[in-house]
Design a protein around this ligand. Structure first.
Ligand SMILES: C[S@@+](CC[C@H](N)C(=O)[O-])C[C@H]1O[C@@H](n2cnc3c(N)ncnc32)[C@H](O)[C@@H]1O
Length: 193
């Protein structure tokens, strides 16, 4: 059983959101900064407070979809960006998202929040949600965590074995621009369908 809505809602209600850095992370910002086509359809899964959504929105990307199983972070987003289209804020289990295909999916600390038994399902679902040549891009932890999880850690070899059957691994390397507490412990990746 994956961690459910009640588990995540409670984290937000109690403000136990240690993963929330309060601004867009430099690796995601650098990636977004080199995108030229503002029409692409983008998904932010397990977005949480999703500061990359503000960044994309104010840069002129309009086709951004945000999904989270918890309600609070989506309400926070709507309060920060009142003109963000309601239909593109989706409160749902990621694994139940249907009828959409994306050109770009941005990952940050969503993968590591899932029970490891869901990793294969994550890779398969990402494959299903991407258009041909669409990309899954973002950050994965390159470390283990004590005391169970979430977060659940991993390493490069494991990720290569997991994603290789579904997506083409274009980049999977130590991020050079991580935030200080994650420096040396995360991999930046670009996987293409
Ligand atoms: C560790 S937080 C990361 C949030 C955000 N990506 C960030 O970096 O700040 C994990 C997020 O995934 C959401 N989540 C967990 N399981 C989910 C699922 N099955 N479907 C959609 N969202 C989920 C949680 O509610 C939470 O907001």
């Amino acid at each position: 059983m994956n961690l459910n809505k009640a588990y995540w809602d409670k984290k937000y209600a109690l403000n136990k959101t240690v993963w929330d850095i309060g601004y867009i992370s430099p690796p995601l910002r650098a990636y977004i900064d080199q995108l030229t086509d503002k029409e692409i359809k983008i998904l932010i899964p397990g977005a949480g407070n999703g500061y990359e959504v503000d960044y994309l929105f104010y840069k002129g990307f309009t086709n951004i979809h945000v999904i989270d199983i918890a309600s609070q972070p989506l309400e926070n987003l709507k309060a920060r960006i009142p003109s963000f289209p309601d239909g593109q804020l989706i409160q749902k289990d990621f694994f139940e998202l249907e009828n959409h295909r994306f050109d770009l999916i941005l990952e940050q600390t969503f993968f590591c929040s899932l029970e490891p038994s869901y990793r294969k399902a994550y890779a398969m679902k990402m494959h299903g949600l991407l258009n041909e040549k669409g990309k899954l891009v973002g950050l994965l932890f390159d470390r283990t965590f004590k005391d169970g999880g979430p977060p659940f850690g991993g390493n490069e070899g494991e990720y290569r074995r997991l994603f290789n059957p579904y997506l083409s691994i274009k980049v999977l390397e130590r991020a050079y621009n991580s935030i200080k507490p994650r420096k040396g412990n995360e991999l930046f990746f670009i996987f293409e369908k």
